[in-house]
Design a protein around this ligand. Structure first.
Ligand SMILES: Cc1cc2nc3c(=O)[nH]c(=O)nc-3n(C[C@H](O)[C@H](O)[C@H](O)COP(=O)(O)OP(=O)(O)OC[C@H]3O[C@@H](n4cnc5c(N)ncnc54)[C@H](O)[C@@H]3O)c2cc1C
Length: 355
């Protein structure tokens, strides 16, 4: 039986582990924190615009388990908000255990609090990876789904400092890229002004810190759009956003709040003192990142060069998916590329006799 090790348990890694298991491999999924889903723990928007088609295609092709789970765990469906139609919002507070259960049902061995720190490479192949503490895990094929957010140094160098986000670098250690450890030169995304990386485009507010009127509307309709007074608009900040679909003028003129379990605010940073001048937000406080007033995590630092099969350049048995594989990625893209990478890690493995 082919053994596949997937490194990084965000949406991409979960999807890769699932499709590799479905393709008949023995699969181990390694995640450095105590939770799966990575940045998927704070997102929630899916099926918006073209992502609807991507989800339907994945379901039709037999790889839809994770989208079906998101659908089943949605707080709101078919919501429209500026620039977006027919979006669904999965509940970010309850999604992770459902995904974990699905993977376990398919026989995926999940190891959390397990951080990969190095690789064992021979010629153009990876023989194994080394985890914190020195243990080496060998496999026939590997999938790098370590994402592009963190370590803290990147947020300090390219962003506004560590905003204490869901990546939780101080608690679980920095992200380590398998691709970089395999000595493959990675690509870096650039902001509008040419500087490195992009700032994640949303923050979470504590729902109980909103006025009752806003909270009730958010929970019943899924979306609240608050017009901003001219003097506190942040038009100049739109170009820093990772998600360009939220970099349109509506997001400077308004505060857009979405109900994903938390109150997801579609603005990556807004000083608390300005935020609290908006009627109904006088008591507002950030939930994630905890220092949301100064920003959110920096992403797109460390993308693996790869081909259309998602095989990493110059390494025969290393595949990649999600943010590791491309710029401008969300949950949907992470899942569909994860499905492809996991499947290909089995189907294209030189050790594959069965597929
Ligand atoms: C604040 C915020 C809000 C967002 N909102 C949305 C949204 O509403 N809708 C949407 O579609 N997209 C959203 N996105 C984008 C979306 O979350 C990501 O593009 C997508 O989920 C990326 O998935 P991934 O698996 O590629 O990477 P990640 O989610 O970054 O996962 C990578 C995982 O790898 C782990 N890891 C890293 N290094 C190691 C190592 N050495 N060993 C073991 N594990 C390791 C990390 O701990 C992490 O769990 C949002 C992003 C952010 C930051």
């Amino acid at each position: 039986m082919i053994k596949v090790v997937v490194v990084g348990g965000g949406w991409a890694g979960c999807a890769a582990a699932l499709s590799a298991a479905k393709a008949g491999a023995q699969v181990m999924l390694l995640e450095r924190t105590d939770l799966l889903l990575g940045t998927g723990l704070v997102g929630g928007i899916f099926r918006n615009n073209g992502r609807y088609t991507a989800a339907e295609e994945a379901i039709a092709m037999g790889g839809g388990d994770l989208f079906v789970a998101m659908d089943a765990n949605s707080r709101h469906r078919a919501v429209s908000f500026p620039g977006h139609s027919h979006a669904s919002f999965y509940d970010v507070t309850t999604m992770e255990p459902l995904v974990k259960k699905i993977l376990q049902n398919y026989g995926v061995e999940i190891k959390t609090k397990t951080r990969v720190v190095d690789v064992i490479k021979y010629g153009k192949k990876l023989q194994g990876i080394m985890i914190d503490g020195g243990e080496v895990i060998k496999a026939d094929a590997f999938v790098d789904t370590t994402g592009t957010a963190g370590p803290m140094g990147n947020c300090l160098t390219y962003g506004n400092g560590c905003a204490m986000c869901v990546i939780r670098c101080p608690s679980f250690g920095p992200r380590v890229s398998v691709t970089a450890k395999a000595e493959v030169k990675e690509l870096m995304g650039l902001k509008d002004d040419g500087s490195i990386g992009a700032m994640s485009g949303s923050c979470k507010l504590n729902k109980d810190s909103l006025s009752n009127e806003i909270k009730d509307k958010l929970e019943s309709e899924g979306v609240v759009v608050l017009s901003l007074p001219e003097n506190i608009r942040k038009s100049g900040s739109l170009g820093k956003k990772a998600c360009t679909q939220y970099a349109i003028a509506d997001y400077a003129q308004n505060l857009v709040l979405l109900d994903t379990g938390h109150a997801k605010m579609m603005t990556s940073y807004f000083p608390l003192e300005d935020l609290r001048t908006v009627p109904g937000l006088e008591r507002a406080r950030y939930e994630d990142p905890y220092a949301g007033g100064i920003g959110n995590s920096m992403r797109y630092i460390g993308i693996a060069p790869c081909n259309d099969l998602l095989k990493v350049d110059s390494i025969d048995n290393l595949f990649c998916a999600g943010e590791k594989a491309a710029i401008m990625v969300g949950h949907t893209e992470a899942v569909v590329t994860g499905l492809l990478a996991g499947h290909n890690a089995v189907a294209l493995s030189p050790y594959c006799y069965a597929v």
